[in-house]
Design a binder for this molecule. Structure first.
Ligand code: SAM
Length: 264
């Protein structure tokens, strides 16, 4: 991995390229690709991770990559023949992952050092298509990783934690310091695994999203206040939720009770 050969990074595409072989090896070790996996990398950039994934994967199935920056495509095409590396030019936020999984004949394993500006919408876009996905491994801003994994009582706990934890198991695997990227970002990063699961019946997801959004609408206010017009204090007490409590003290099960009550 030669730092000198890196292309000029473009801020608008959220480009911070990985330049430390040790981190790339660590990523590949935790992803542990197998030759038959339908592996898909989002935002391959100059291809440091792509090359390591290609080597580790060994390639019965081709590695698929989705890259938005057209200036990087020629270099990606040159990394491996098309039967080993399928380069998809475009915006991962617009990609139909069901279609890709169908083409592969199996659900996808998604990997990426994500552009920080699109990481949250991209995770939700992928979770909407979670039956097309086995697992996702992402480099994220550490603050986002903390929010994804947070539980009750933590200041990082909120809408993002609950909406993702309703749909996937979250594991923060290891921290990654800014010096591992060029240009050096201003923030710390962490490498995270998300494994989709069905924690709620699908019909409960919209009311769950609504109660979570209402509860955290004004973080410092009580639940009685945030739920005004939806649940009165007596109803909250029936659901074993203190009206004077704040949203950040409620565990997952309490939000499920609220969602079920709203759905009735
Ligand atoms: N994987 C490379 C690495 O680790 O060195 C590059 C990581 S860089 C943080 C993010 C990459 O995602 C860039 O190559 C950028 O052009 C690409 N990208 C940004 N937005 C994207 C999008 N919406 N869809 C697909 N790729 C995108």
């Amino acid at each position: 991995m030669q730092v000198a050969k890196l292309p000029q990074a473009k801020k608008r595409f959220g480009q911070n390229f990985l330049v430390q072989p040790a981190i790339v090896s660590r990523i590949v070790a935790v992803v542990a690709p197998r030759p038959n996996d339908a592996l898909l990398e989002i935002g391959p950039g100059p291809g440091a991770l792509t090359q390591a994934l290609l080597t580790a994967h060994g390639g019965v199935e081709p590695l698929r990559v989705i890259e938005l920056d057209r200036d990087l495509l020629a270099n990606l095409h040159a990394l491996a023949p098309a039967e080993r590396l399928q380069v998809i030019a475009g915006d991962a936020l617009q990609v139909d992952f069901h279609r890709l999984a169908q083409e592969a004949g199996q659900p996808l394993r998604v990997v990426g050092n994500l552009p920080y500006n699109v990481s949250t919408p991209l995770i939700f876009h992928l979770l909407e298509q979670s039956d097309a996905i086995v697992d996702m491994h992402f480099m994220l801003q550490k603050e986002v990783a903390d929010r994804l994994a947070a539980g009750p009582g933590s200041s990082a706990y909120g809408r993002l934690s609950l909406m993702v934890q309703a749909q996937a198991q979250v594991e923060v695997l290891f921290p990654v310091a800014p010096g591992n990227f060029r240009p050096v970002p201003k923030v710390d990063s962490a490498f995270v695994r998300l494994t989709p699961y069905r924690r709620l019946v699908p019909e409960l997801l919209p009311p769950f999203a609504r109660v979570v959004s209402l509860a955290f609408a004004q973080r410092r206010k009580t639940l009685a206040n945030n739920f005004k017009g939806v649940f009165d204090s007596a109803m909250l007490e029936v659901l074993e939720i203190a009206p004077s409590a704040r949203a950040e003290t409620l565990d997952f099960a309490a939000f499920v009770r609220l969602a079920e009550a709203l759905a009735q």
